[in-house]
Design a protein around this ligand. Structure first.
Ligand code: LR7
Ligand code: MN
Length: 583
């Protein structure tokens, strides 16, 4: 029962969120406010540069106005303008709560914000000075947006922001793919067909999946219909900002093997405030194969000569917002059609790009906001855990070689979930002559939470108490514990790394004092107080700096006070069986 509850909790708490480092976000926000004056001046210059493309189409302007009028009069002081937070009154708060779970964001607020609201120009000031090749020399873009049960206001605001803030010369079309939204989302039926297509010079083409296929197959449908040289995938609740498109397109025009993402800023799910995210963040993943944001290492800044406006190479991407040359997309093998609903495809694509000779980057001069949600509003046919584990298994089995064991160590349940046929995906990897996962870890992602070299992966057991090291799902800074060995991995799965760490996911056993309990801290890879040595002969685990031995708790009823003690042969509490240890 407990296992089940914790498994479900994991998926909901591990949804891609970009709020962990609010201090960082606040600092970035301050920065962008500070050069707002600067921004305003720059905008005036840009207006004149852009006016030729804007003026081109009075028809387009008329149509945008019509759409605006349908929903919201254009009021410059209106709610949410310039990306500001919308504040509700007390009564409205309750109303907002009642409708929150329809989309897992504040629908009342979203509906109140104009579809064509203004946003600040959040780019770094150096980005605003950059110039790009003439628009008629650049390839055209097919934007692909898939959706299931999306709100009208977020979907339409996404489209408006694209139309209003892209040079129209670069837009081949906007392709919408309705992944069989439920009937109760009435606005996505006739209304969408009547009001959206053909309202601008840029064709907006709507396709309907005959049944719910999940976002991966819906995107494949969009890609198949696309005519532009570049495919640009977006979620259905985004807002682009000034100058977002040119740098993305230019990167691909220069080298078609570049797969490029904007910086994904945060649109608050509650207030719809536009909050800038750090440009020093890149994408990684943990043992559970959840996508995760981490601070990019200094070496990546050094590689770019400390120029933060240069594209940042990232080990993985979040998955929802990226552009790729269309031919290259198919050369690489498009998407894995065996993946359902949501999840996994982002890591799968990231691994594939790197292992098969492409590059994956975050173009820091391009910024797009996304409504980050804390949980998914829609159903996962077949069950959330089953679907996600199915997809993640396919990632692990096709791309991760021996390192797939880290995923299974965390998630033994996944092994019993159907994998489906992966022979075609393996053949594709073979055909493209892709490199190993070890190469990827060593070359692209040495900072990975999955250690490149490790001596064991499994439980660490004290036979005299029959208890195993256990994280108890605790967080960084908290003490490690032990509990009855259960053989299910997860909280009892530990890697003894070649670097001497004892590691569970991103936590490493760490003690800077021999008289206080051993804690789990974020692995820093500098050895120091996180370095341990296992002696297979004596079965002792020695803390290198203190030269003292890891000892099981004497009092098993409160097993948290585990410490290091002077090593003593024959002390049963200092004997550890490290499953599968290879010196
Ligand atoms: O069955 C489905 N059919 C769909 O068409 C399920 C979803 N969808 C649509 C959905 O309406 C939305 O437009 O697919 C799009 C993405 O779904 P979200 O918004 O529920 O996903 P997310 O933003 O929580 O998740 C991120 O990870 C996903 C893994 O499969 C996808 O790659 C999402 O595109 C991705 N979003 C981003 O990268 C934005 C930044 C979030 C982060 C980190
Ligand atoms: Mn999303």
């Amino acid at each position: 029962w407990l296992l089940f509850v914790s498994a479900v909790f994991v998926y909901f708490s591990d949804l891609c969120e970009r709020k962990s480092d609010s201090a960082e976000a606040a600092a970035a926000l301050d920065g962008s406010r500070a050069d707002l004056a600067d921004a305003m001046t720059a905008r005036r210059g840009e207006r004149s540069r852009q006016s030729s493309s804007r003026r081109r189409s009075t028809k387009q302007e008329g149509l945008i106005k019509r759409i605006m009028k349908n929903v919201m009069p254009g009021n410059p002081n209106g709610p949410g303008e310039m990306g500001k937070a919308v504040v509700l009154s007390g009564d409205e708060e309750q109303q907002a709560k009642d409708s929150f779970n329809i989309n897992q964001f504040n629908l009342l607020v979203s509906d109140r914000v104009a579809l064509n609201r203004t946003l600040p120009d959040v780019r770094m000031s150096e980005c605003k000075k950059k110039t790009y090749p003439a628009l008629d020399t650049l390839p055209k873009v097919s934007v692909v947006i898939v959706f299931h049960n999306e709100a009208w206001s977020t979907l339409l605001r996404s489209i408006h922001s694209i139309i209003n803030r892209s040079p129209l010369e670069l837009l081949e079309e906007i392709i919408l793919v309705d992944d069989k939204s439920e009937d109760k989302f009435e606005h996505l039926k006739d209304k969408l067909e009547k009001e959206v297509p053909n309202f601008v010079e840029v064709p907006v083409r709507l396709f309907r999946m005959p049944s719910r296929t999940g976002l991966i197959r819906a995107r494949l449908k969009g890609a198949k219909e696309a005519k532009g040289e570049i495919l640009l995938f977006l979620d259905a609740h985004i807002e682009t900002t000034e100058g977002w498109l040119e740098p993305l397109v230019t990167r691909i025009a220069e080298d078609k093997k570049r797969v490029v993402c904007p910086i994904i800023d945060v649109i608050s799910d509650d207030t719809f405030e536009y909050i800038t995210a750090s440009d020093m963040t890149w994408g990684g993943f943990n043992w559970k194969l959840n996508f995760r944001w981490y601070t990019a290492p200094n070496r990546e800044l050094v590689r770019r000569n400390h120029d933060r406006t240069q594209p940042l190479q990232t080990p993985t991407m979040a998955g929802g917002l990226f552009a790729i040359n269309r031919d290259y997309f198919y050369e690489l093998g498009a998407y894995d059609e065996g993946m359902d609903v949501w999840g996994g495809e982002n890591l799968e694509f990231s691994f594939r790009v790197w292992q098969c000779g492409g590059t994956l980057e975050i173009v820091t001069c391009s910024r797009v906001g996304h409504v980050f949600r804390k949980s998914t509003p829609y159903k996962f046919p077949g069950g959330t855990a089953t679907v996600i584990n199915h997809n993640s298994r396919r990632v692990a089995e096709v791309w991760m070689d021996e390192y797939k064991e880290f995923f299974y160590a965390m998630n033994q349940n996944a092994k019993s979930i159907a994998l489906g046929d992966i022979s075609e995906r393996l053949a594709n990897r073979e055909k493209l002559g892709c490199k190993s996962f070890q190469w990827y870890l060593e070359t692209i992602y040495p900072e990975s939470i999955i250690p490149v070299k490790f001596k064991s992966l499994g439980e660490i057991k004290n036979p005299s108490t029959n208890r195993c090291l256990d994280t108890y799902s605790r967080k960084t800074g908290e003490p490690v514990s032990s509990s009855m060995c259960h053989g299910f991995g997860g909280n009892q799965a530990w890697a003894f790394t070649a670097n001497g760490e004892i590691e569970n996911d991103e936590l490493c056993l760490d003690t800077s004092s021999s008289s206080t309990p051993i804690r789990m801290n974020t692995c820093h890879r500098r050895k120091e107080y996180q370095e341990w040595k296992y002696d297979p002969a004596t079965k002792q685990i020695v803390h290198v700096i203190f030269n003292m031995c890891l000892s099981a708790a004497v009092d098993t009823s409160s097993p948290d006070g585990m410490r290091v003690y002077p090593c003593q042969t024959g002390d049963a509490l200092q004997v550890w069986e490290v499953a599968g240890y290879k010196s």
